[in-house]
Design a protein around this ligand. Structure first.
Ligand SMILES: [Zn+2]
Length: 121
């Protein structure tokens, strides 16, 4: 392939690829290896950040303490607490106490409201 045909072929590629191709200089290959590795890792991290967030949301459990809501990534780290007939996941013993208190509090508050409406009708 002659240089003119090669240049025309390169110019038909998407802009991102053209920019990447023109940054390449075979004289810099050895010196640029570390920088290209860092750039590749940076681009990979930037583009995969949203995928990672989706995966974490999909495959993790959220702590039931509404003031924590930490993602629990390992099934072994989950502490399940039975509260009024329902099983709630928590990340730690502190959240079992605090989160359990607020779940019971909200449940009692909703029962009081329901009873109040029943009395009015
Ligand atoms: Zn928690």
């Amino acid at each position: 392939m002659n240089p003119i045909t090669l240049t025309r072929s390169i110019n038909q590629l998407p802009t991102e690829l053209i920019d990447h191709i023109y940054t390449f200089d075979y004289n810099h290959r050895k010196q640029m290896n570390n920088i290209y590795s860092e750039l590749l890792l940076y681009i990979h991290n930037a583009s995969m950040k949203y995928v990672l967030c989706e995966l974490i949301e999909e495959f993790s459990i959220v702590c039931s303490n509404e003031y924590c809501e930490e993602y629990i990534l390992q099934e072994d780290d989950v502490i399940y607490e039975e509260i009024m007939g329902h099983s709630y996941p928590f990340c730690c013993d502190r959240c079992v106490g605090e989160g359990g208190y607020w779940i019971r509090y909200d449940y009692r508050k909703s029962l009081r409201r329901q009873n109040k409406f029943k009395c009015m009708n």
